[in-house]
Design a protein. Structure first.
Length: 271
């Protein structure tokens, strides 16, 4: 896919029988709409657009996955440009496309792409219907690793030219930080488990976190679930299988057992 990065416009890209940048025409329509609009607003500030997440990792599931584009800019954006982007994202979100409501990503300056900094500048972030300016969370260490190793180039320079490789130690340190600062607090908040897909997402994400701590690498949520079933106590098997099989419209799994599983993972992580 990266070989098609030099094509000059979203509209031209979309003539390739709707197969670029993903195998899903409806998703491509949303992504290429975002590409055209982002280019029009950013002008010379536009550097490139890429995909990370499950569409890059190869484990995308239309019944449960989001789409994760990132736009790289030449420099930090002015308030006026950010305001225009916010209006544009609202317009796309309200366009009537189901996939337009399932985008999560960021606009990150090229000089901030190379390595994650917890004290780096705030930048525009979008998550479904939310658009805000904030400093990216530490999970952008993981997103950068996915971009570096298997990110999809929609257009722009090769990702290996603008991102440094992420070491196993960095991945493990990031996972520990996220477990300590983000996930441990879920033990005190049962409401978060009730949101659509949240319970299964939590189970699979902490499976992946434990996989990274034990193996020093990142794998997909489905593969981490398979690893967990094969390597953890079989008391968790049914919970993990339910999370892996969850699709939109299904009820959440056992919340109290999910919290117990989270306590187990935190203990395994030494927290």
């Amino acid at each position: 896919m990266a070989g098609t990065a030099g094509k000059p416009s979203g509209l031209e890209l979309n003539t390739e029988v709707n197969k670029f940048p993903t195998p899903y025409p409806d998703i491509n329509q949303v992504l290429l709409n975002l590409l055209d609009n982002a280019r029009a607003i950013l002008g010379d500030y536009f550097t490139g657009m890429y995909l990370y997440g499950s569409l890059a990792g190869g484990d995308f599931d239309p019944g449960r996955s989001d789409i994760d584009p990132i736009v790289v800019t030449g420099k930090e954006l002015s308030d006026n440009l950010i305001s225009d982007l916010k209006v544009m994202h609202r317009r796309i979100y309200e366009s009537g496309s189901a996939w337009a409501t399932k985008m999560t990503g960021a606009y990150i300056p090229v000089n901030a792409m190379r390595k994650y900094s917890p004290t780096g500048a705030a930048c525009p972030l979008f998550n479904r219907n939310e658009f805000l300016v904030a400093r990216p969370d530490p999970d952008w260490v993981i997103h950068r690793h996915i971009l570096y190793t298997c990110g999809v180039v929609i257009t722009g320079p090769p990702l290996q030219n603008i991102i440094d490789p992420v070491s196993s130690e960095e991945l493990q340190d990031t996972v520990l930080t996220l477990l300590r600062n983000n996930w441990a607090s879920l033990l005190l908040n049962t409401d978060i488990f009730i949101g659509t897909g949240h319970q299964s997402f939590i189970v699979l994400t902490v499976c992946r976190a434990l996989y990274t701590l034990k193996c020093g690498s990142i794998t997909s949520k489905p593969r981490s679930a398979e690893w967990a079933i094969a390597n953890l106590d079989n008391k968790w098997t049914e919970l993990i299988e339910q999370a892996a099989a969850w699709h939109n419209g299904n009820p959440p799994g056992d919340i109290s057992q999910t919290q117990e599983f989270l306590r187990y993972v935190l203990k395994e992580a030494g927290l």
